[in-house]
Design a protein around this ligand. Sequence first.
Ligand code: ATP
Length: 206
Amino acid sequence: MTYIIGLTGGIGSGKTTIANLFAELGVPLIDADVVARQVVQKGSPLLSQIVAHFGREILTATGELNRSALREKVFNSESEKNWLNNLLHPAIRREMLVQLQVQTAPYVLFVVPLLIENNLTKLCDRVLVVDVLPDTQLDRASQRDNNKRQLIQQIINTQVSRNERLKVADDVINNDGDFAQTESELRQKVLELHQYYLQLSEKKNG
Ligand code: ATP
């Protein structure tokens, strides 16, 4: 069985940035955000169920899921949000497990923003946290998405706190420094962890 590293971190912490450095070393990624899009792709049974529940107005003209229309539908309703989460979460989890089962690499990165919140750490052999200060999260996420800092703060408040996340971490990569200055340091850290994870996976399977 492939060794599983859960990679997590708060909004805007740099999970994708760090995951891509591992991918450059040939490590397969199973990314919850990517899987979340795959399970509701055009023509999928899940998308049909969502349309049956919310109506065709949550589709674009070409039959894809219109995410902002769906967000509006659930924005003010806990019960609709729960209905959607109860449909999506098990499907995302199932699909991630399917993708995991076909892996032959020594280890994979499970990139999951809400790994701790959704209790998915139990699927992982080890947890790697990308850690930044809340101010860095606010700066980077608001710049990237052109969102107000207040909205990003609201999202941060729904996620586990930095301390709680660090308590669960087996390994931590700090990503506060500006990438232009810290790139070679980050690459070195990723390479060290990569070698360590290869050793651990050998132990597990050896
Ligand atoms: P989310 O969970 O919000 O999708 P994430 O944790 O995957 O985010 P990234 O998308 O990797 O985070 O990074 C958030 C933003 O910050 C991106 O615009 C990215 O280019 C930028 N960023 C990430 N790391 C650094 C860094 N070290 N220096 C400067 N910018 C960075």
